[in-house]
Design a binder for this molecule. Structure first.
Ligand SMILES: C[S@@+](CC[C@H](N)C(=O)[O-])C[C@H]1O[C@@H](n2cnc3c(N)ncnc32)[C@H](O)[C@@H]1O
Length: 224
């Protein structure tokens, strides 16, 4: 059977803002892999490629039952988490984005929302919310699930320090929280009071792995 050529999409990643054919003239090297902002599965992701490997081994260490991402943006990292949950059926996933019209739904900018939503439609492990991470609605929903499941929160929205300071105090012993853009958009001084007051520690050796691989991710673990 011959497929319908009209189904091939001409819009996806077509924006002039999306770099194209970057490796056409130059071989891919480790520095390219470590650069933040990538195409992944054809979508846009504000992480480096090593972040994916890092998450795989991080999940293997902790066996979380519930995970939250603040800031879905284009949605490709969200789609990775969604697939992890759909494949393993061992973790529920929520991603939160309050401006989906600026990237999640924008095919020209490599938005993946159209595909993520199909995954969410077929799997109870995969969820998404177009709402403010600082709203009571979001907080109540997450708190409900923290009370039931071993939890991991990934702070990658518009104000990582505020996200950490609001949600780290809600965690139970053994739960974890990580921030992205460590040393870029968020630093120790902004969250030290929460770390001290709520008995969080840098989650080693994963923190060293994340730093060595230049992921800009910094994970913390809640102690007793
Ligand atoms: C750095 S991007 C997320 C990148 C994504 N996690 C990835 O790795 O590809 C941050 C996103 O957070 C969203 N955002 C900022 N403040 C927010 C808020 N208060 N509630 C929900 N989303 C927010 C922005 O619209 C933006 O799309």
């Amino acid at each position: 059977m011959k497929y319908n050529k009209e189904l091939l999409n001409e819009i996806h990643a077509s924006s002039d803002l999306i770099p194209k054919q970057m490796q056409k003239e130059r071989a891919l090297d480790l520095n390219d892999i470590m650069r933040i902002n990538h195409k992944f599965m054809g979508g846009g992701m504000s992480q480096n490629y090593f972040a994916i490997a890092w998450f795989e081994y991080y999940f293997d260490i902790h066996n979380f039952e519930y995970m939250v991402e603040f800031g879905s943006q284009k949605g490709c990292l969200s789609t990775y988490f969604a697939n992890f949950c759909g494949i393993t059926e061992q973790m529920f996933f929520d991603t939160f984005e309050f401006k989906p019209e600026t990237s999640w739904y924008v095919r020209e900018y490599e938005g993946c929302g159209h595909w993520y939503e199909k995954l969410a439609g077929i799997s109870p492990y995969i969820n998404y919310f177009h709402q403010d991470v600082f709203s009571n609605e979001t907080k109540d929903h997450i708190l409900d699930n923290i009370s039931e499941f071993k939890t991991f929160i990934f702070c990658d929205g518009g104000d990582k320090a505020r996200e950490f300071n609001m949600y780290a105090p809600l965690l139970k012993e053994g739960d974890c929280i990580a921030v992205h853009d460590w040393g870029q958009e968020i630093s120790y001084g902004q969250i030290k009071h929460t770390i001290d007051q709520y008995n969080l520690v840098v989650d080693e050796p994963s923190a060293t792995s994340a730093s060595g691989l230049q992921t800009w991710i910094m994970p913390f673990r809640k102690m007793s």
